[in-house]
Design a binder for this molecule. Structure first.
Ligand SMILES: NC(=O)c1ccc[n+]([C@@H]2O[C@H](COP(=O)([O-])OP(=O)(O)OC[C@H]3O[C@@H](n4cnc5c(N)ncnc54)[C@H](O)[C@@H]3O)[C@@H](O)[C@H]2O)c1
Length: 340
């Protein structure tokens, strides 16, 4: 019998790639998603890659009765909790929606895990908790900053809840993962990022502009204190990121019954917005229509990860380059556009 891992938000961008990575590593992924920010087509994509169906439930992980049913019907060994809302701007306009879903779903999950004696939890956090750090690259011990948005605050609060819960001696083993900037798609173009409406992130905006869905990319500010004046981020291929979740689940297997650890997941390198644009132009062979606009309030100037801890402790390191990721994002975009 394969070990069953529940993936909340498993039809989403990172969750769908993690379902594939878990299955490739010999686990049995089970997905719950309410499709609030995804599409059932992701399950078909996963199926096409794996040549097999995976167990999936449609519903909300705030629904304690449904969660209870899932844990009763399946002998779940661990959970990877992706389900959350993630649009920074929307979180400022509708903070309660974010606190309710992102914090509320973690509370429901911890309760159902405890009742079913499931110990292992991998939680999706974010580099947003660092704000603008004093020094780059940031280490896990770098102090967190006051959150710039309710979304960012939900990640801080969820980390704090997990730390307090572990401190209470609860039977739970937790890994919190602070993602930097996931980009790319599966090499088969069967799954990838599916932004609803105008993308909030750079790379989907770039690929949509490249394919003609958007007229022009605006680069927000070129007067920052960086090599070319544009903001710096640590862009990590989503397939690399997915593999770190497998490592995290495996890492928890021999840990004491009460345990917490935390890892940065990035490449360890920063790239400017204009470097991303140039790399995109190279892999796509297209000139991107972009203009330089004013700075966007709330944008962090530069942040990238120190990933030594993940390498040393989890035995994980990102393998793919910025160009690999942009090529996969571009192929995914081409596939989506051909379907329209
Ligand atoms: N993509 C990023 O840039 C990034 C960076 C840092 C952290 N994260 C975190 O990683 C996680 C996954 O991000 P993603 O990019 O895959 O986002 P995503 O929106 O593609 O995936 C989240 C999935 O969760 C589902 N969902 C949301 N609320 C739910 C609920 N209550 N019940 C059931 N399903 C629900 C959505 O439909 C979606 O399929 C999130 O927690 C996000 O905050 C993402």
């Amino acid at each position: 019998m394969k070990t069953k891992i529940l993936i909340t938000g498993g039809a989403g961008y990172i969750g769908s790639h993690t379902a594939v990575a878990l299955s490739d590593a010999g686990f049995d992924p089970i997905v719950i998603d309410n499709y609030s920010n995804s599409d059932k087509s992701a399950l078909q994509g996963i199926k096409n890659i794996l040549n097999a169906d995976i167990i999936h439930y449609e519903g909300d992980c705030n629904d304690a009765a449904l969660m209870d049913k899932i844990f009763t019907e399946n002998d779940i060994a661990g959970v990877i909790h992706f389900a959350a809302y993630k649009a920074v701007g929307e979180s400022t306009a509708q903070p309660l929606k974010y606190y309710q879903n992102n914090v509320g779903s973690l509370m429901v999950l911890l309760d159902v895990m405890q009742r079913h004696q499931v110990k292992d939890l991998v939680f999706s956090s974010s580099c947003t908790v660092y704000g603008q750090p004093e020094v780059n690259p940031v280490e896990e011990s770098t102090p967190r900053k006051a959150a710039e948005s309710p979304y960012g605050n939900t990640k801080k609060i969820c980390e704090d809840i997990l730390v307090d819960y572990v401190k209470s001696n609860a039977t739970v083993r937790v890994v919190a993962l602070r993602y930097f900037n996931p980009i790319g798609a599966h090499a088969t173009s069967e799954i990838g990022e599916l932004p609803l409406g105008v993308p909030n992130n750079l790379v989907p905006f770039v690929t949509q502009t490249g394919v003609g869905l958007r007229e022009q990319l605006t680069v927000y500010g070129d007067d920052y204190n960086t090599s070319d004046g544009t903001c710096v981020r640590d862009y990590i291929h989503v397939v690399d990121l997915a593999e770190a979740h497998v490592k995290s689940i495996q890492y928890l297997e021999d840990k004491p019954d009460t345990f917490y650890d935390l890892f940065n997941l990035g490449t360890g390198n920063g790239n400017t917005v204009l470097e991303v644009v140039k790399a995109f132009e190279k892999v796509s062979g297209k000139a991107l229509n972009y203009k330089i606009g004013p700075r966007r309030p709330g944008d962090v100037e530069q942040v990238w990860a120190n990933t030594d801890k993940a390498e040393k402790v989890l035995g994980w390191k990102s393998r793919m380059t910025l160009e690999d990721a942009l090529r996969d994002s571009w192929n995914w975009q081409l596939k989506l556009s051909n379907q329209q």
